[in-house]
Design a protein around this ligand. Structure first.
Ligand code: NAD
Length: 504
């Protein structure tokens, strides 16, 4: 499709016209082709933008996972991909990234219709970020060397990394394409075969992606996509005796299931990117309160708050609280839910009705626990047929209130106050999670002290959500373990082999 080389749709009407002409891939993708589920079952794929059924998608279960894993194993053992020279894999993955860019508008549209994020974000962030991820690992793979151990002269000790084999990847719905590519980039570059289960709320981009991978030259069976529900397809991957490693992004609760699945089956290696309740700390000596307020607003309202690293707990030092909340509310009031297909929209729909109801019920819980709503708090765009929630800010939240402890995964910010760095750190660390944190201060000692003391995998100083593919991404505590992004991500898709060669 030469569409991305044209100027592309610029208005709501143009995007809607393009959406009307879309062809949805709706079958499972196994062994290089689209196939129905063995049972023949399907499930409706509903767009949260307006509640309409986009298509009916194959509902894969254990039988389908068996077929997919067998295909992945067959091609892995053949060596067609696993033993291809890294330079060969690089060429195909670069072509894959190029095809993603060539089909950027189509992928962006699928993503927006499927999970409700603004089209501007899908096109400007998710699709390019995903293509860049594949490209980055493609470019890296023929530059990574193995090791030779410092043994005595009568031996050579080789330390080599080998692909683990068949990787099961189970991903969430908040960044369907990007989370998929964070898994696929390093897993495929290192020579593995993959069986991927997208979230049932958002299967469409993964299915199209698998087709593009084949077009790029990936051998059939190296990438299989089994859409379906967690309790069936997801559990079948987790429990499969012939899946060697499992890479998961999703909730902490389901992450724990995968640890169980591994123990009950073949002890497959598990890596988990789970939930968060990230503290966004603003000290009274913050140099730029306007910038901090803007970042704090986008840190929670971007992607409708459906972000694992969302800065959902705002910790403001007492003396500046009133001033800061005023600035924050002003920014937040300008972020209102709109039609996700409108290029002017900055905040879209919640992924489905259930998630919207969950968020609205947390808002009620927050009020019952003594929190004060200072902005939003209601469902929005009622006549659209879709699922929208206003950006919502709570003040006067107690550190142990449920909305200060539990991951809401929606546009709800809890404001807490503190006095002094020690208290900020104590409150900041006081949840089961440890994914991300930030501190705003012009004092280098406070900044460094906080960066060391905050128990989270990501810390930002005077910023929020600054990121790069070169930096590892993942959490401490019940936010999981193992890292996506950077060269370190390759560690979970490879295993070390020690080969001792005696010289007589
Ligand atoms: P979820 O855990 O409900 O689902 C994630 C995936 O697991 C889906 O594909 C789902 O079908 C599958 N699943 C659900 N139940 C299962 C079961 N019993 N057995 C096997 N598989 C099962 O999470 P979600 O609601 O899709 O996504 C939101 C969560 O993802 C949030 O907690 C968020 O913080 C987290 N997340 C984390 C990161 C990160 O990198 N740390 C990134 C994005 C999202």
């Amino acid at each position: 499709m030469a569409a991305s080389q044209s100027r592309g749709p610029q208005t709501l009407d143009q995007w809607e016209a393009r959406a009307g002409a879309l062809d949805f891939r709706h079958l499972a993708f196994i062994d290089g082709r689209f196939v129905p589920a063995v049972s023949g079952k399907t499930f409706p794929c509903i767009s949260p933008t307006d509640g309409r059924v986009l298509t009916h998608v194959a509902a894969c279960e254990a039988d389908d996972v068996d077929v997919a894993v067998a295909s992945a194993r067959r091609v892995f053992d053949s060596g067609a991909w696993s033993r291809m020279a890294p330079r060969g894999r690089k060429k195909i993955l670069l072509k894959f990234a190029e095809l993603m860019r060539r089909h950027a508008e189509e992928l962006a549209l699928l993503e927006t219709l499927d999970m409700g994020k603004p089209i501007g974000d899908s096109l400007g962030v998710d699709v390019p970020g995903s293509a860049n991820t594949i490209q980055w690992y493609a470019e890296a793979i023929d530059k990574v060397y193995d090791e030779i151990a410092p043994t005595a002269h009568n031996a050579i000790g080789l330390i080599t990394r080998e692909p683990v084999g068949v990787v099961g990847a189970v991903v969430p719905w908040n960044f369907p394409l990007l989370m998929t590519c964070w898994k696929l980039g390093p897993a495929l570059a290192t020579g593995n075969s993959v069986v991927l289960k997208p979230a049932e709320q958002s299967p469409l981009t993964a299915l199209r992606l698998a087709e593009l991978a084949i077009e790029a030259g990936l051998p059939a069976g190296v990438l299989n996509v089994v859409p379906g529900f967690g309790e069936t397809a997801g559990a079948a991957i987790g429990l499969h005796m012939d899946v060697d490693a499992l890479t998961f992004t999703g909730s902490t609760q389901v992450g724990k299931y995968f640890l169980e699945y591994s123990g009950r089956s073949n002890m497959k290696a598990v890596s988990l990117e789970c939930g968060g309740k990230s503290p966004h700390i603003v000290m009274a000596d913050c140099a730029d309160l306007d910038l901090a307020a803007t970042k704090a607003a986008w840190g929670i309202f971007y992607n409708q708050g459906e972000v694992c690293t969302a800065g959902s707990r705002l910790l403001v030092e007492e003396p500046i609280k009133e001033e800061f909340l005023e600035k924050l509310a002003k920014v937040a009031a300008g972020i209102q839910p709109g039609n996700p297909l409108d290029p002017a929209t900055k905040m879209g729909a919640m992924v489905d009705e259930q998630q919207m109801e969950r968020v609205l019920s947390y808002i009620e819980t927050g009020k019952d626990d003594g929190g004060e709503v200072i902005l939003g708090g209601q469902r929005a765009r009622l006549n659209s047929g879709g699922f929208y929630v206003e950006p919502t800010i709570f003040d006067k939240v107690r550190p142990h209130a449920r909305i200060a402890q539990e991951e809401i995964f929606g546009p709800v910010l809890s404001t807490l106050t503190f006095n002094g760095l020690d208290e900020a750190i104590r409150i900041g660390n006081d949840t089961i999670y440890g994914l991300a944190a930030a501190i705003w201060t012009k004092d280098i000692d406070k900044a460094m002290g906080a960066a060391r003391a905050l128990r989270s995998g990501l810390v930002w100083v005077n910023g929020w959500d600054e990121d790069d593919i070169t930096m590892p991404f993942g959490g401490f505590k019940q936010s999981g373990f193992g890292r996506d992004r950077s060269l370190h991500a390759m560690e979970k898709y490879t295993q070390l082999k020690s080969t001792w060669i005696s010289i007589r």
